[in-house]
Design a protein around this ligand. Structure first.
Ligand code: AMP
Ligand code: GLY
Length: 411
């Protein structure tokens, strides 16, 4: 089977890496891919349109396409493929609104009875400021559209709230601040049923101990103990199954990866957001830990039979190495060294923001590499990832030192 991966970040490198080792996969290609993926298969420039991707899949005689990022999904790449009877994993443009618009998502949670934070939508700055007065601080302020994880501000003072409204614009969701353990819960659906992946945890803030601005994610870990079997059952019953059932009932069956960002509150899980794709960097940790069944799960989402995923016992950890200035304004073009040495420490180095510039690997994005390792215990997995990370160097490199530490505290 020949598989096309759309995208070119760390998540797509991890998907391609897992696929490349899967029985029955003869070739993996990517568009646009990145220098890490290029070591596994051909990378082709990304076309500008959904039709361009479908042309590419036809020319290359691809058997199945997997979409990594949300942008092509929101642009309707799945609709285009289906119109040409090409197999693809991802939601249609209509279903992708679950991520594309926070307002759509909040209204959907309400229609589907999915537990979430109490919230109010606003359409003008005046209304937003008025609404904020009715919430206790801290209050959470979210921009409506896609913002790569950076459209959310938690305001602790009225002044911070005012500035957030100025920064994010008038189309907002204002919501109550929830406390609890944050969990990334991802399922894969064929439009009728959902197959859960293992739960993982992301680290969204740039600094140790969850300080500083939000990022796309500074690291993740996957450990079978993040949720108990009972909690997983509750998430399936209250969140995943109702979401898929309601989307189908509303004429927008959800196919592909459904990612619920959950807060595990004393009242049970509440959904902070839905994403319509795999998480980044959660996928790097998930793919490292996944043992078997991935290709079959993709086929299930593209219209096939329900399958079982097999997971390794060993927890996995992904530490993101970020560029100078990330998340505000990452500096690009810094030469990268030490990847081979890092891999020699029993880690996989997933490329996220790298490129080749006259044969030198240089930084080309905010999140540069995802150093991913496992271990018999979570502590060993963390140690392995950090020993490998220590081998990599580029100017201005920064990373969090506490990826997975939350798990060590809990168990
Ligand atoms: P979102 O893009 O909605 O997932 O928000 C990004 C991050 O902001 C989340 O991962 C949480 O850490 C935080 N966040 C969002 N909504 C809330 C909320 N209602 N209460 C507390 N934290 C939140
Ligand atoms: N890691 C968060 C996300 O992929 O949205």
């Amino acid at each position: 089977m020949k598989i096309l991966v759309i995208g070119g970040g760390g998540r797509e490198h991890a998907i391609a890496w897992r696929l490349k080792q899967s029985p029955g996969v003869s070739e993996v290609i990517a568009s646009p891919g990145n220098p890490g993926i290029a070591q596994l298969g051909r990378c082709l420039p990304a076309p500008a349109t959904a039709a361009g991707f479908a042309d590419l899949a036809q020319t290359e005689r691809v058997d199945l396409t997997v979409v990594g990022p949300e942008a092509p999904l929101v642009a309707g790449v799945v609709d285009e493929f289906r119109a040409r009877s090409l197999k693809i994993v991802g939601p249609t443009r209509a279903a992708a609104q679950l991520e594309g618009s926070k307002i759509f998502a909040k209204q959907f949670f309400s229609r589907a009875g999915i537990p979430t934070a109490r919230s109010v939508e606003t359409g003008s700055a005046e209304q937003a400021l008025d609404t904020i007065k009715r919430f206790t601080l801290p209050v959470v302020i979210k921009a409506d559209g896609l913002a790569a994880g950076k459209g959310v501000i938690i305001a602790h003072t009225t002044d911070e709230a005012k500035r957030a409204v100025e920064t994010l614009g008038p189309l907002l969701v204002i919501e109550e601040f929830l406390e609890g353990e944050e969990v990334s819960f991802i399922g894969i659906s064929n439009g009728r049923e959902v197959l859960p992946l293992e739960a993982s945890q992301d680290h969204k803030r740039v600094g140790d101990g969850d300080t500083g601005p939000n990022t796309g994610g500074m690291g993740a870990y996957c450990d079978g103990r993040i949720l108990t079997a009972e909690q997983t059952g509750i998430v399936m019953d209250r969140v995943m199954n109702p979401a898929v059932a309601r989307m189908a009932a509303e004429g927008m069956p959800f196919t592909g990866f459904l990612y619920a960002g959950l807060m595990m509150t004393p009242d049970g899980p509440k959904v902070l957001e839905f994403n319509v794709r795999l998480g980044d960097p959660e996928t790097q940790a998930l793919m490292h830990r996944l043992e078997g069944g991935f290709v079959e799960a993709l086929q299930f989402a593209a219209g096939g039979e329900r399958v079982r995923l097999q997971w390794k016992q060993d927890p996995s950890v992904c530490v993101v190495l970020a560029a100078q200035g990330y998340p505000a304004k990452p500096r690009l073009g810094d030469p990268i060294n030490g990847i081979e040495q890092a891999e020699a420490v029993c880690a996989v180095v997933f490329h996220a923001g790298t490129k080749l510039s006259s044969d030198r690997l240089v930084t080309a994005g905010g999140r540069v590499l995802g150093i991913t390792a496992s271990g018999r215990t979570l502590r060993t997995a963390i140690e392995n990832a950090y020993s490998a990370a220590a081998k990599v160097h580029f100017d201005g490199l920064h990373f969090r030192r506490d990826i997975g530490a939350n798990g060590l505290k809990r168990w």
